[in-house]
Design a binder for this molecule. Sequence first.
Ligand code: CDT
Length: 314
Amino acid sequence: MTRAVTIGAAQLGPVQRDHTREDVVDRLLALLRQGAEHGCALVVFPELALTTFFPRYHITDEAELDHWYETAMPGPETQPLFDEAARLGVGFSLGYAELQVDEATGERHRYNSQVLVERDGSVVGTYRKVHLPGHQEHEPWRPFQHLEKLYFEPGPDGFEVWRAFGGVVGMAICNDRRWSETYRVMGLLGVELICIGYNTPVHNPPAPEHDRLGEFHNHLVMQAGAYQNGTWVVGVAKAGDEEGVAMIGGSAIIAPSGEIAARCVTEGDELAVAVADLDMGASYRRSVFDFAAHRQTWAYARITEQTGAEPPPE
Ligand code: CDT
């Protein structure tokens, strides 16, 4: 049996600070239409796709900060994407900054979010990033900031999956992809396809010795996550030189075997397409990764009880 879903990894080139949401949505629409021409059922866009990667700036004015967030999805600028998805019969997943305002209490919550939209333009679900990287205080020694811990709260719902596109679909965002727990929690929910958007600077100021390995680590973690959980993984970058900060590309569609089925080869707007058989993961999940037969939860307690490493005394 095969459940074939044609998927497009819709990489974006840079979005500069003065680019409007309308500019970006035009680019997303072009990629969505390209996806339709290739027979895609699903097109996956990057993290924080609608704007430049604003956590690189230290912003102290709340109104100025609000400018980078969406208060509704769809909102006025993104509605055309939902309309075109329904017209073409092509679903999508899109990363954006979400500002929730409770009208009654005035309570505000900020999340780094990703929405999954079905082929009829309806919202399937929203994931809110769990592993927020970077720092909370302004660190002027850095050539650019990474203030995700200041501008977002961790998603309160953790990792979820939804029935969509004829299978079981989950989402994760950027730094989440480096953590094996991300994939395993969704693996335990029977995930068959994980959509991941990312913005990864080439230069990591606290660890410049890793800079040459950015693309390698990107594929390493997603290929391992796919194989160890018998799932398809689609990782999609916002790439290239954004406001003087170089970001990696390497968007890829990864099979449950861990092999790369399709990948982008530029740092610009580019669509990579693969036909994903959602049944392909089953042979991994009933053999080497038959969780029910082989997992030893008694040996894993530390994973949920402890965060930092505790080596034995010297
Ligand atoms: N956006 C995002 O999560 N980027 C991180 C950069 C890590 S360095 C602070 C990533 O894991 O790619």
